[in-house]
Unconditional design. Structure first.
Lengths: 359, 509
């Protein structure tokens, strides 16, 4: 009951805040580099203003963030005719935020709004899905680990789009992978969907250069994640006392070893990780969000039912959008600002083509 | 079990070797399977329940009947029937001792009087137990086996395999092989997390020393020192099945030369002590006349020069009392060591009285944070489990140690109960902490705290350091009424060496 009313409040706040947020997001970050940041307009998709877009950019500018790297992702045009078709009226959105009570339905709708999974998966692809399974302490209803239905739905979508293999993995910071996979409910859901859970074994972490890194020049990365045809990042939105929020960028800390050392200059270092892992699709699980005592959780009073999934090829945009659920601004999160500065994505939501949908 | 032709004797000896190998394999797997990640009901606590010495000592120390040791009673009964078959056929340490004996070892002899030492050690162990100390169970062969596998052999194998995997993984085409090793060995045999054990040198040294005793004579450990061997020997002296030398004996001496326990006495017409015979059957194979058989005989073999006599027993009783007094007057008994962190729910005195020193809990601990104490609990607590958070924390969602403990020295707590059982309390060292000293923003301890209401909160504090001047940072403060001392904060503290947040024993209990 409590969560329901909170949720309604939150929706109202979010809706009301959209315009404000859009305006606020125009502020140049303190560093002043943002204006110069995303230089990659050449690689962007043609702008498409869907009828559902809630906050059209006041300037009508093109989406400014990079599209997924060429070759890593198929063309923005829906590749497979006849497959789960995008409604004719709906051109692929830059970012989709879908609200509704059925996690599977909103996940499917969000991917559809982006142009369908076929945009990201070519037949035969080896896909890695990276949820947040941070420990083995609580079930998913405590909002410390990603919703199993959201993860399993993505696995199904990948397989439906012709992926040859879909692996799901995370490197929990406490408790073993085996325990955490089971406790989170993700193992059961993923295996039922036809995916495999993989334990991130020590030997597969290799030192890898971070060519674009500002602070970090190299780190120990989980090699299969660097090698996969497609990496889908499936974070859950949580409180974190240093980063303030654990979102999509921070979820990539599960791809590396030696995490404690990251905390010196955390914001920039996370952005450096984003530049190296560069997941081609980020799907934020905001079915439930954790508002305090994160990232570990364990207290249902800290959990808010927000019934939302946010998806985009742009990890920074997803994170920027998600800050709204916490009543925050994207540039309050250091790693969002840092990633934006590096041109890794767009945090100025007002400039983006956002499909805001209800299911 | 009457006369058998020598061919049949050879087959029996092969059967013994096969049983030894299988038993070693089974016991090793039992130890490995105690690890938390491994599904299945069987763990090595079953192995310890076979041990009549551990059972007798624990019952003396706890002063109550422990039904968990019914299997040990069965083993004792079987020894009364068959003799020391445990030592020759099943004991995993005995098998390793056999396998590491030098080829020419049979020619070496030691004074037979030395065989009596093990009865002294047995008595000392039981007297110690009566005074509430199970420390001498550290010399029980089963605890030695479990402890050595857990702290040295398994982590060592784990390290070797991981290094091999890392090497293979770098060679592109061999990637699959590295992955296959993982699939085959983890988590069933090896663990995902590399373990590191403190005080490993004395543990490894004891194990190697036992194998090295073979240089004196084969099975020297089993003949001279093994306290479980001593207990089984006293039972086996009255066993129903005994070795017999028949009329065909031509006194060639082959059997005495080949006896790995050195118990065949040429001066007694090649008779042997059934308390020392481990039914290895070497003598029966060696005998050119087939004169050696095994058959029923109820006589108690009590006329050997090393048999315990009253004088020796009194001496050991005195030594046991003196030893117990020594252990009790060490400073650790006056004041607890500040980092003597016991597993959740364990009470110090109850744990000392019940802990078999087997180390099964160490193997069960998924973070490998449970460690064999060396000095933290004094002699009374040698090789009992303590948590060393720097090496591994107490996992919030785990209660494996209590479930694995064969005697309840670590109580089997339900998970919800365990999550409230405080091991100790965390304290911040303000002159080490990155945040409190102003050297860097860091909140790792707060982030890691697994409690639903975090026991570490952040305070905004004004800091000043020479390099960066005055500013404000978030710095950790522990709320001790919430802290359960799990040590995850200490484990993850990025400060090198000793952490800037440390769990110590609760100052108020």
């Amino acid at each position: 009951m409590k969560t329901l009313s909170r949720r309604r409040l939150l929706h109202m706040a979010a809706a009301a805040g959209l315009g404000l947020a859009a305006g606020a997001c125009q502020r140049t970050p303190a560093t002043g580099q943002a204006a110069a940041s995303p230089p990659a307009a050449a690689t962007t998709a043609p702008p498409t203003v869907a009828p559902t877009v809630v906050a059209p950019s006041p300037t009508g500018a093109l989406p400014t963030a990079q599209m997924p790297a060429p070759g890593a992702t198929p063309s923005p045009v829906v590749a497979t005719p006849g497959a789960t078709a995008t409604p004719a009226s709906e051109a692929p959105a830059y970012l989709a935020a879908v609200h509704g009570e059925d996690p599977e339905a909103i996940t499917r709708r969000a991917i559809l709004a982006l142009g369908g999974m076929e945009r990201f998966v070519s037949p035969g692809y080896d896909v890695i899905v990276k949820p947040n399974i941070c420990n083995a302490n609580h079930g998913y209803e405590y909002a410390s680990t990603t919703n199993p239905t959201v993860v399993a739905t993505l696995v199904r979508l990948c397989l439906e789009a012709g992926a040859q293999r879909v692996r799901v993995m995370d490197n929990p910071f406490a408790g073993s992978g085996e325990q955490a996979y089971a406790r989170s409910g993700i193992r059961e859901a993923v295996e039922a969907a036809g995916g495999e859970m993989e334990i991130m074994a020590r030997h597969r972490f290799v030192e890898s250069e971070i060519p674009q890194g500002v602070d970090l020049k190299s780190w120990l990365f989980y090699k299969p994640i660097l090698d996969a045809d497609l990496v889908i990042n499936v974070p859950i939105a949580k409180h974190h006392s240093m980063a303030r929020l654990t979102l999509g960028c921070k979820n990539l800390m599960g791809c590396i070893e030696d995490r404690s050392a990251m905390h010196r200059n955390l914001g920039q270092r996370i952005a450096d990780l984003v530049s190296r892992v560069a997941p081609q699709l980020t799907v934020m699980d905001a079915v439930r969000i954790l508002t305090a005592n994160g990232p570990t959780g364990g207290n249902l009073n800290d959990v808010l039912l927000t019934n939302t999934v946010i998806a985009s090829h742009d990890i920074v945009a997803v994170d920027a959008y998600t800050t709204r659920l916490f009543g925050m601004q994207p540039d309050e999160i250091e790693y969002i600002a840092a990633a934006h500065r590096m041109g890794l994505g767009a945090m100025l939501l007002a400039e983006l083509d956002i499909a805001e949908l209800e299911v | 079990m009457a006369m058998r032709p020598r061919v049949a004797v050879r087959q029996w000896r092969w059967a013994r070797r096969a049983v030894q190998a299988l038993s070693l394999l089974a016991f090793t797997l039992l130890v490995l399977w105690t690890a938390r990640d491994v599904p299945g009901p069987l763990g090595a606590e079953g192995l310890l329940r076979l041990d009549p010495l551990a059972g007798a000592a624990a019952m003396l120390s706890l002063r109550r009947w422990l039904p968990a040791f019914i299997p040990a009673l069965i083993l004792l009964a079987l020894t009364l029937a068959l003799g020391r078959f445990w030592c020759g056929w099943l004991c995993p340490l005995g098998t390793l001792v056999d396998w590491s004996a030098p080829r020419d070892g049979r020619a070496r002899t030691i004074p037979r009087r030395w065989h009596g030492l093990k009865y002294g050690l047995l008595l000392l162990t039981l007297v110690g137990a009566l005074f509430g100390s199970l420390t001498l169970l550290a010399l029980d062969p089963l605890t030695i086996f479990v402890r050595t596998v857990t702290t040295w052999l398994a982590p060592g194998a784990n390290w070797l395999v991981t290094q091999a995997q890392i090497g293979l993984y770098r060679v592109g085409p061999l990637e699959g092989l590295a992955d296959a090793l993982d699939g085959a060995l983890r988590p069933l045999v090896l663990s995902y997390k590399q373990a590191h054990y403190q005080g490993l040198l004395p543990i490894a040294g004891l194990f190697l020393g036992i194998l090295a005793l073979n240089r004196l004579a084969p099975r020297a450990w089993c003949r001279i020192l093994c306290p479980l061997g001593g207990l089984l020997s006293l039972a086996a002296k009255g066993s129903w099945l005994k070795r017999k030398v028949g009329d065909g004996c031509v006194s060639c001496g082959a059997c005495a030369r080949d006896c790995r326990m050195g118990t065949i006495d040429p001066a007694r017409d090649y008779a042997s002590d059934s308390g020392e015979c481990i039914l290895c059957l070497d003598c029966a194979v060696a005998c050119p006349r087939g004169a050696i058989t095994f058959g029923p005989n109820w006589r108690y073999d009590a006329d050997w020069e090393y048999d315990p006599i009253r004088r020796q027993a009194l001496g050991m009783l005195g030594l046991g009392v003196a030893g117990a007094a020594l252990a009790q007057v060490l400073p650790e008994r006056a004041q607890p060591h500040p980092y003597r962190l016991r597993p959740p729910g364990a009470q110090e005195e109850a744990l000392l009285r019940a802990c078999l020193r087997c180390g099964i809990c160490l193997r069960a601990c998924p973070t490998h944070g449970l460690q064999p104490s060396l000095h933290e609990a004094g002699i009374m607590g040698l090789w009992t489990p303590i948590l060393a958070p720097r090496l591994g924390h107490c996992e919030y969602s785990c209660n494996a140690c209590g479930a694995a403990c064969p005697t309840g020295a670590i109580p089997p707590l339900a998970l919800a109960e365990k999550q409230r059982a405080a091991i100790g309390k965390a304290y911040v060292a303000h002159d080490l902490c990155l945040a409190w000293t102003g050297r860097a923003p860091c909140i790792v301890c707060e982030e890691m705290c697994p409690l639903p209401e975090k026991a570490i909160v952040l305070e905004t504090v004004a800091v000043h350091d020479a390099a960066q001047g005055a500013r404000t940072l978030q710095a950790p403060v522990v709320l001790h009424e919430r802290c359960i001392g799990c040590g995850l904060c200490e484990n993850r503290c990025p400060v090198q060496g000793e952490a800037a947040i440390r769990v110590r024993v609760d100052p108020l209990t």
